[in-house]
Design a binder for this molecule. Structure first.
Ligand code: F6P
Length: 323
């Protein structure tokens, strides 16, 4: 293998730049040419591809976002789109790919490999931390820290006014961010899609807290929570507990931006090298991940279809520490 392409796809995540830098420099170390593909699969289809040098990735390890830009490509979901992408790769002589992204990215990669046989190694890049085959995904640690900074500020005002706050954090189908924010932010309750929650239990928890002379409470709600979003849950609770002064904050995309944490920089760097060396060792259709601090490769089929389970001990911790 002489030429490798790297791209970022799906929602951006802090640490993607650290990973791109590691891919580029690992390629140079191993005497490979490396090409950056812009805007994920869209850039592959349109041929928005440029050679990267060591200099192209200097001064980016500390930057949030992705210098290669990102997108969720509709065209790549079609056979014609994927055929165009393959033509472009051939035109540039690219023989292997490093795909940095989440579930959707790997679903596309698995299909692309099946149709055209090009070797692909993935790197888990999503703040949601919902990928099987790695303890942490790139960006998760930073997103949790960003959300915690906001939660601390909310706690100050909640406490001053004796209010109940429902704080919604990201996690399309997963509660990892919510759970860690619940622990680190000292929340009374965490609502996540992986568990069966109920409005009755929210009300019960709040009542119990106030009976134990709590004057303010924070409830962290994952975006993907099944009983509703933070606003609708807050409305239902207010209907039953009319005396409560309730406010809602949705943290939104601030969780996706910002300078990556030390952990995400190291993780991105390790996985970037792991992906390149995986390709050089003839691996394909796998995601490079970190399990128990060891580099591992998990087949795309497992990362896409197997469910990463939430750690029940952590949920128990939220419950016990909110007494
Ligand atoms: O997958 C990462 C994520 O931030 C989810 O938590 C969220 O649901 C989604 O992306 C938002 O995507 P977009 O930026 O396309 O609205």
């Amino acid at each position: 293998m002489k030429k490798i392409g790297v791209f970022t796809s799906g929602g951006d995540a802090p640490g993607m730049n650290a990973c791109i830098r590691a891919v580029v420099r690992s390629c140079i170390y191993h005497k490979l040419q490396v090409y950056g593909i812009l805007r994920g699969y869209n850039g592959m289809i349109s041929g928005d591809i440029k050679e990267l040098t060591s200099h192209s990735v200097s001064n980016i390890i500390q930057r949030g976002g992705t210098i290669l830009k990102s997108a969720r490509s509709e065209e790549f979901k079609t056979k014609e789109g994927r055929a165009k992408a393959y033509e472009q790769l051939q035109k540039h002589g690219i023989e292997g790919l490093v795909a940095i992204g989440g579930n959707g990215t790997f679903t596309g990669a698995e299909l692309f490999h099946a149709e055209f046989g090009i070797p692909i190694v993935g790197v888990p890049g999503t703040i949601d931390n919902d990928l099987y085959g790695t303890d942490y995904t790139l960006g998760f640690d930073t997103a949790v820290n960003t959300a915690l900074e906001a939660l601390d500020k909310i706690r100050d005002t909640a406490d001053s006014h004796d209010r109940v706050f429902f704080v919604e954090v990201m996690g399309r189908d997963s509660g990892y961010i919510a759970m860690e924010c619940g622990i680190g932010g000292g929340a009374e309750l965490v609502l996540i899609p992986e568990r069966d929650d109920s409005i009755d239990n929210v009300i019960h928890t709040l009542r119990e807290g106030f009976n134990r002379s709590k004057t303010s409470s924070i409830i962290v709600v994952a975006e993907g929570e099944e009983i509703g979003n933070a606003n609708s849950i807050a409305r239902l609770v207010k209907n039953k507990l009319k005396h409560l002064d309730i406010r809602v904050t949705t943290l939104g995309h601030i969780q996706r931006g910002g300078s990556p944490s030390g952990y995400d920089r190291t993780l991105g760097s390790r996985l970037g090298l792991g992906a390149v060396e995986g390709l050089l060792n003839n691996l394909t259709n796998v995601m490079a991940g970190m399990v128990n601090n060891q580099l591992t490769y998990t087949p795309f089929g497992d990362t896409i279809r197997k469910k990463k389970h939430i750690n029940e001990d952590l949920m128990r911790l939220v419950h016990i520490l909110s007494v």
